[in-house]
Write a protein that binds this ligand. Structure first.
Ligand SMILES: [Cu+2]
Length: 107
């Protein structure tokens, strides 16, 4: 899945089952959230120029994706879900290319 990032944002993907309220920013890492326990993937640090991060979901589940910039994810509620179903996860593992069961989320 490709994440098209435009602005000061950073993709953070969490384990299936993680709820937004369970995310605890590390105070020593401000302005980043950098939850020490639940991260599955942390995207590129933003520079201000548009860029694309990508991540392959190999297992089905409902993944929490947040913006790892603390102020944005808390005040702007910048988070969403990526639902990966059995078929798309299996297709990903076999072939690599994006599959129709995985929806793109622009952050
Ligand atoms: Cu953001």
């Amino acid at each position: 899945m490709a994440f098209n990032v435009d602005g000061i944002h950073q993709v953070a993907i969490h384990e299936p089952g993680t709820k937004p309220m369970a995310i605890e920013p590390d105070p020593g890492q401000f302005p980043f959230v950098n939850d020490p326990d639940r991260g599955l993937y942390l995207g590129s640090v933003p520079t201000g120029a548009p860029f694309t991060d990508s991540f392959t979901f190999d297992a089905p589940g409902r993944y929490l994706v947040i913006c790892n910039i603390a102020r944005i994810s808390e005040e702007a509620q910048m988070w969403g879900w990526v639902n990966v179903n059995q078929t798309s996860a299996a297709a990903h593992s076999r072939n690599g290319p994006p599959s129709p069961g995985v929806r793109s989320l622009d952050v």
